[in-house]
Design a protein around this ligand. Structure first.
Ligand code: KG4
Ligand code: ZN
Length: 393
């Protein structure tokens, strides 16, 4: 463990700037050794901490969910989320360390934390805690981008089954509450964005449709409105009703690699009004949930097909299709993506296990491993970046 390489007397005698420089220089030598990273995630509604080893071992984690406090409002209430992070983060950090049977001072070598994008107050709580831990214990600090090419997207390199790290380049589909992105991932922090959503994210569309259909949220790990809609869709008939697949009518938009999900919820609403559907009837809600999920999945595939074609035209030999983000925990979507990757493009679909697709601390810790290896250490003065564009990460 490289923390032993920083003698306390030397560290005590350094000014802050020199210490950062010292840590940075040493990271280059250390990144070949085995090291442990603790990751803190508080960007939205889950207070999550994970600990991983640079040899791809998950050592421990803990999460405090907030589903019960947000469900009555039908969405995340930022102030409530912030207060809950404040209340629970210290015990979540202790629980993760206890689960891993590790000591913060002795066994953790690097502290990683989500810097953005996310809710400003919520990000600040995780960031302050991580910065303080790192500074007082003289550990390198790594600020992580929650989504693009980073936390959600890199988790696949931690969890995929082969003994080797998943090689670049791969096609990444990031589908969460905050993003709907298609990227070609060429390397750490090196990617090409092929498509994004022009309105709602797919996660938003799931959540709004779940609210429209009055579906009660699932609680605990893998819970929330989107997961609840998936359970309803399982029991429904996706062909009972028809809704237009977004961006198919207009020839120009058909060729665009962007997504548009806001119209889907409206189409479901229109169906309810047109046929005067009774939402007290569970079967009606099952069928509508299945109709929505089916249309959303076809829309995902339509644009992915264009992305595959783009890569083919550019001569990019993809190693895999990687899907991550909360919506990638949806089993029906995973199955469809798997068929697309295996049968149409002869590459594997690599998805983190469902519980690591939704927000968690493991993905932050793993990104810490990747960035630390690349020598990307941050200063203890870094701030949160609530609107962190992927273009300038
Ligand atoms: O990645 P994530 O946990 O948080 C963000 O970074 O946004 O994604 C949360 C989104 C929410 O919209 C949630 O309802 C959706 O992912 N989600 C699902 C499922 N599980 C979570 N959507 C569809 N099916 C699921 N099983
Ligand atoms: Zn997320």
């Amino acid at each position: 463990m490289f923390h032993r390489l920083f003698p306390a007397c030397l560290i005590r005698s350094k000014t802050h700037r020199t210490l950062c420089k010292y840590l940075f220089i040493n990271a280059a030598n250390i990144s070949n050794q085995s090291f442990n990273v603790l990751g803190v995630e508080t960007s939205c509604d889950d207070t999550a901490v994970g600990i991983v080893n640079s040899d791809r071992k998950i050592l421990g984690e803990a999460i405090h969910y907030q589903h019960e406090i947000h469900e009555p409002s039908g969405g995340i209430v930022p102030n409530l989320a912030m207060v809950n992070h404040q209340t629970y983060l210290p015990s979540v950090i202790c629980e993760a360390l206890n689960n891993a049977e590790l000591d913060m001072a002795k066994d953790i070598d690097v502290v990683a934390v989500t810097r953005g994008p996310g809710l400003p107050g919520c990000l600040g709580i995780g960031l302050s805690a991580a910065k303080t831990l790192a500074a007082v214990l003289r550990k390198p600090l790594i600020g992580v981008h929650h989504m693009a090419c980073e936390a959600h997207a890199l988790t696949a390199r931690l969890t995929h089954s082969s003994s080797d790290l998943l090689p670049f380049p791969y096609l990444t589909l990031l589908i969460s509450g905050g993003h709907t992105l298609i990227l070609v991932t060429h390397g750490i922090g090196h990617y090409t964005q092929l498509g994004t959503t022009i309105d709602d994210s797919i996660g938003d569309a799931f959540d709004k449709t779940a609210r429209l259909l009055k579906i009660p949220w699932l609680k605990g790990r893998g819970g929330g409105p989107g997961a609840a809609l998936e359970q309803y869709a399982l029991k429904g008939d996706p062909k009972k009703y028809t809704v237009p697949i977004p961006m198919r009518k207009d020839a120009r938009r058909k060729r665009e690699m962007n997504y548009s999900f806001s119209g889907l919820k409206t189409s479901i609403k229109d169906l309810i009004e047109k046929y005067k559907l009774n939402l007290d009837d569970e079967i009606v809600r099952y069928d509508l949930a299945a109709t929505f999920q089916h249309a959303a999945t076809i829309h995902l595939i339509d644009k992915l097909e264009l992305a595959f074609e783009w890569c083919r035209n550019k001569g990019i030999a993809l190693t895999a299709l990687v899907a991550s983000g909360g919506v990638a925990s949806n089993k029906s979507i995973r199955l469809t993506l798997e068929r697309l990757a295996n049968e149409q493009h002869n590459i594997p679909l690599i998805c983190p296990p469902p519980h690591l697709c939704t927000d968690n601390g493991i993905m932050i810790a793993w990104t810490g491993v990747e960035r630390f290896r690349a020598g990307l250490i941050d200063k203890y003065t870094i701030d949160h970046i609530p609107k962190w564009s992927i273009a300038n990460k």
